[in-house]
Design a protein around this ligand. Structure first.
Ligand SMILES: [Zn+2]
Ligand SMILES: [Zn+2]
Length: 277
């Protein structure tokens, strides 16, 4: 890689990390202070009147902080679906299809441990891409990300939202805040990126992906953020983009702008584009 490539990598490193989470400040009461004494007295009083008042159930941590604090997110993977903030669990892509839904499974996929299993009703993804951005490199622990785009309705997780976990790279929190990354909560296999309207599925989880039929159906059409790559793809004949596919300038196999691409706008090094999905 040339120094130019490194500069581009550093500049674009933050494209997933627009803002940091607000730090949590916890109030601690020092031992034997007046405040502690008051609390102790209150406790004594409430104990004496406990015969008239039924004992309160312990509050959930997210109720304590109004449901908005970081603690609220740890319940998102729970079985609860009764609260407003749980309703997404009943919608695509997590809605469990019943047998009478006639979900036509064309492909099947699973995580490494097998707790997360899914079916796909679409023969071919809407698009298939390699993303070479440094965020994908880091989050996947691999040279690049392979993502196949599907509608949210195209997938059926056989256990719905169960056994899944979420990571919001923008806020660096384990929340189901879109766009977010989705993994198996047990074996941590990355499953997909969930955008607002689409999902970017990682095809290596699909059974038969390494057969001629699988390779043909999920054939890659473009390389994204190619100048940030750690591996070269020379002579593969696949379009290479400086940033987002079809929106940023085309580059050659060495990552240099192709003639006539200098003025093309929307190179967007700092925006991977999940926000548009
Ligand atoms: Zn798993
Ligand atoms: Zn990427």
């Amino acid at each position: 890689m040339t120094s130019v490539h490194r500069l581009v990598s550093i500049r674009s490193f933050n494209h997933f990390h627009h803002s940091l989470p607000v730090p949590v400040t916890r109030t601690t009461i020092p031992f034997r202070t007046p405040a502690f004494t008051i609390m102790a007295q209150k406790r004594t009083l409430s104990t004496s009147s406990s015969k008239e008042e039924p004992e309160k159930q312990p509050k959930m941590a997210d109720e304590e902080n109004g449901g908005n604090g970081p603690d609220a997110h740890q319940y998102q993977a729970s079985d609860r679906t009764d609260r407003e903030e749980d309703q997404w669990k009943k919608r695509a892509p997590y809605r469990i299809h019943e047998s009478n839904d006639k979900f036509d499974a064309k492909w099947e996929g699973r995580c490494h441990c097998g707790k997360v299993q899914y079916q796909l009703s679409r023969e071919k993804p809407l698009a298939s891409k390699y993303c070479h951005c440094t965020t994908c490199q880091r989050l996947h622990g691999s040279p690049f990300q392979w993502a196949a785009i599907f509608h949210k309705e195209d997938i059926n997780f056989t256990s719905g939202h169960h056994d899944l976990g979420w990571y919001d790279p923008t806020n660096k929190s384990t929340t189901h805040h879109l766009p977010c990354k989705v993994h198996c909560a047990y074996c941590r296999t990355p499953i997909m990126d969930e955008g607002r309207n689409m999902i970017l599925l990682f095809p290596t989880l699909i059974k038969d992906i390494n057969t001629p039929k699988g390779k043909e159906a999920f054939k890659v059409q473009s390389h994204m953020f190619y100048p940030q790559r750690v591996v070269d793809f020379k002579g593969d004949g696949i379009k290479k983009f400086k940033g987002l596919a079809d929106e940023s300038p085309l580059v050659d196999d060495d990552g240099n702008l192709l003639p006539g691409q200098e003025k093309k706008s929307g190179s967007n090094d700092d925006d991977k584009g999940e926000n548009k999905l």
